[in-house]
Write a protein that binds this ligand. Structure first.
Ligand code: FE2
Length: 439
């Protein structure tokens, strides 16, 4: 008891005497272990959160009045292709809207890639995302062409933006790992150059056996070189595409757990329920991450259907209900696979809420977490993410009191902070009515 009282006194003294660089006053937290949905003060020192309490009485060099504002950890973009972003119409539009016409168009466009071309489009996209609150991004880089231009440019971008955004680069063999003998050499070179994660596309390999072999090789490489894994898996409507079970088996055998991510898994939406139920159990054992890309999945998949037409998404709700970590990605912005997009993660969550029928209050909260905290789990960055003492003070402030209103209104953050510094400020927009009733 004495110890507890002394701790309280020490804490009170600390809160009274400490001088902070900045205090954010009376911001509403969302889900939080201690102050869920309460208004609190957050003290920041040397770029990190140093105190969170209902009222901090210490001095601060600066204060920000956040009354009635919601404070959120930054958005996490779990899955994007920055190398193809902003290439819409080059050299032609995807008129069929299919994944495979997109791959054909990209095969033509990437003949003209240059380092500067990829770099400029990637930086422009990341700036656009940061303005909308995204400070953690995992991009795939196509490593199917001999010069590895896309990968080299995105690794340079990773360095260029590191003072304001965390970028991870996945070495992604868009044309398949086993389709040509040299593809494996290119993957090995990409790892040596510094790719953060190893990717794959087993459902696009020439045979089922090649697909299984590609998954096995990716796990072998990831273990050998201590890299994360993020595989484009079963991105197809074919209910016989079953590489997710291969990934689950490899994850269980290797014990790599949350270092492994399966992206898309859209075929999961077409499996029969008996098989899907069995697979959910395997995934619980494996503890790997699943990424859904709702904007792209609902537009690319189901193209071969008449009616009823499938939604083409993985079973987001059921995965979440089974405690499996799910996060969301934008996947594409104005490229051969998706002609729209601004990089706003709220658009992604909004599509998931509709297409996955996650309209319950707790389900909408879960969708918000899939673009924030659960994305951080997928990227394996939880040690430097979140509104907690000693974590970097990177956060968003919205002029509404909770995540539900942020989602409903698809608001831009009024302030984006990175490591205790204001990175972007966006004043709220106001509408002016010029209508006056006639006498
Ligand atoms: Fe993708």
């Amino acid at each position: 008891m004495l110890v507890a009282i002394r701790n309280v006194v020490e804490l009170a003294t600390h809160l009274t005497m400490t001088q902070f660089d900045l205090i954010i006053r009376q911001a509403y937290l969302g889900e939080h272990p201690q102050y869920a949905h309460q208004a609190v003060d957050l003290g920041i020192t040397n770029g990190k959160f140093s105190a969170i309490a209902p009222c901090l009485t210490a001095d601060a060099q600066a204060e920000l009045n956040a009354t009635d504002c919601f404070i959120s950890p930054p958005f996490v973009e779990s899955h994007i292709h920055l190398d193809s972003a902003l290439t819409i119409g080059q050299p032609r539009w995807n008129e069929s809207g299919t994944l495979f016409e997109g791959i054909e168009i990209w095969r033509d466009r990437k003949q003209n890639l240059s380092f500067e071309d990829v770099q400029a489009r990637a930086i422009a996209t990341l700036k656009c995302q940061a303005e909308q609150g995204v400070l953690f991004v995992r991009t795939h880089a196509d490593v199917s062409e001999a010069s590895l231009i896309a990968l080299k440019a995105l690794l340079a971008v990773r360095e260029q933006v590191k003072d304001w955004l965390t970028l991870q680069v996945v070495a992604f063999p868009q044309d398949g790992l086993w389709r040509r003998l040299e593809n494996l050499d290119l993957m090995q070179e990409a790892i040596q150059l510094g790719a953060d994660a190893i990717g794959g596309i087993p459902h696009y390999e020439l045979t089922r056996e090649d697909g299984v072999a590609s998954v096995e090789k990716i796990f072998e490489l990831a273990q050998k070189h201590e890299r994360l894994i993020d595989i484009h898996c079963d991105e197809i409507d074919d209910e016989q595409s079953r590489f997710l079970e291969v990934m689950a088996a490899q994850t269980i055998r290797t014990g790599l757990g949350s270092r492994v991510t399966a992206s898309h898994t859209t075929a999961f939406g077409s499996y029969n329920n008996a098989y899907a139920q069995k697979l959910l159990g395997f995934l619980q054992n494996a503890q790997l991450n699943i990424i859904a890309n709702p904007l792209i999945n609902i537009t690319l998949q189901g193209r071969g259907d008449s009616y009823p037409k499938r939604r083409g998404l993985t079973r987001v709700k059921e995965l979440w209900q089974h405690g499996i970590n799910v996060s969301f990605g934008h996947d594409c912005i104005q490229d051969p696979w998706y002609s729209l997009g601004t990089g706003n993660m709220l658009d992604v969550a909004m599509m998931a809420i509709h297409a996955c029928q996650m309209t319950g209050r707790s389900e909408m909260t879960a969708c918000y977490e899939m673009i924030t905290t659960q994305g951080a789990q997928t990227l394996h960055v939880c040690d430097r993410y979140g509104l907690e003492i000693d974590k970097p003070a990177s956060f968003l402030l919205f002029a509404v009191p909770n995540a539900y209103e942020v989602l409903r209104q698809r608001l831009l953050p009024q302030w984006v902070y990175h490591n205790g510094q204001c990175l972007v400020e966006t004043p709220p927009t106001l509408s002016h009515w010029h209508y006056s009733p006639s006498p």
